[in-house]
Ligand binder design. Structure first.
Ligand SMILES: O=C(O)CCC(=O)C(=O)O
Length: 224
């Protein structure tokens, strides 16, 4: 067996922190099992339809709040009209631990209460173009967890979807947090390295990415 070389945590820009290998194999397996269940319903995983035609190559299922370009609702009007699954308490705790790991700030992490997660599945051909996560009313950090195939994750700037950017690899178990001055960085996934997943996670192929966010919305404001 080849010895794994530990990869150090790295701050790519103020507030944008990459923590390689943060999730244990067991946690990855549990997350894969949970995501597999959410992918079946109440709102099944789908290729999101874009407003001007076309569909995203990534498949997405949401919990807590349903995202579609460019809004959050409790029910999935663009899929089957059902209310999305609840955002579980254990996921809030996981988000808090992730934030503590990335920023080392106890008071910020204990107040962090994500209420939605976008769960993306990438097969070998799927990509995600450069975009900002800006449909949330809250400016709280985004916590991203990766499982399965390694990908190239493009970390851009807050002004433009083009250069300057830095390409890093996100492997199975990696944590990436972006908040503070980096909350609105453009980012994307230009490549997935097919077949690099370790089946020990329960994901035989493809890449799973979970981004936890704080919508800052209430049911009344969202109208549902
Ligand atoms: O797959 C990733 O690592 C990023 C996902 C992402 O940017 C998003 O869901 O908005």
């Amino acid at each position: 067996m080849t010895a794994l070389i530990p990869r150090p945590a790295m701050e790519l820009a103020p507030g944008a922190v990459h923590v390689p290998g943060w999730l244990t194999p067991r946690q990855q397996r549990e997350l894969v099992a949970a995501c597999r269940a959410w992918a079946t319903g109440p709102v099944p995983i789908r290729h999101t339809r874009l407003p001007h035609g076309g569909v995203m190559s990534v498949q997405t299922v949401c919990i807590g709040w349903h995202w579609q370009p460019y809004k959050y609702t409790r029910t999935a009007g663009d899929v089957n009209g059902q209310r999305v699954a609840e955002f579980p308490r254990w996921m809030v705790e996981l988000g808090r631990r992730a934030l503590l790991e990335a920023y080392g700030d106890e008071s910020t992490s204990t107040r962090y209460t994500p209420d939605t997660a976008l769960i993306n599945f990438y097969d070998g051909q799927a990509r995600l173009g450069m975009h900002q996560d800006k449909d949330e009313r809250s400016t709280a950090p985004v916590v991203s967890l990766s499982i399965g195939d390694t990908c190239v994750f493009r970390v851009g700037n807050t002004e433009t979807r083009t250069k300057p950017y830095t390409d890093i690899e996100l492997a199975s178990g990696d944590l990436f947090v972006f908040g503070g001055p980096s909350r609105y960085i453009y980012h994307g996934v230009p490549k997935v390295y097919e077949g690099t997943a370790d089946p020990v996670t329960g994901l035989a192929s493809g890449r799973l990415n979970i981004t936890m966010r704080v919508t800052g919305l209430t049911d009344r404001e969202a109208g549902r």
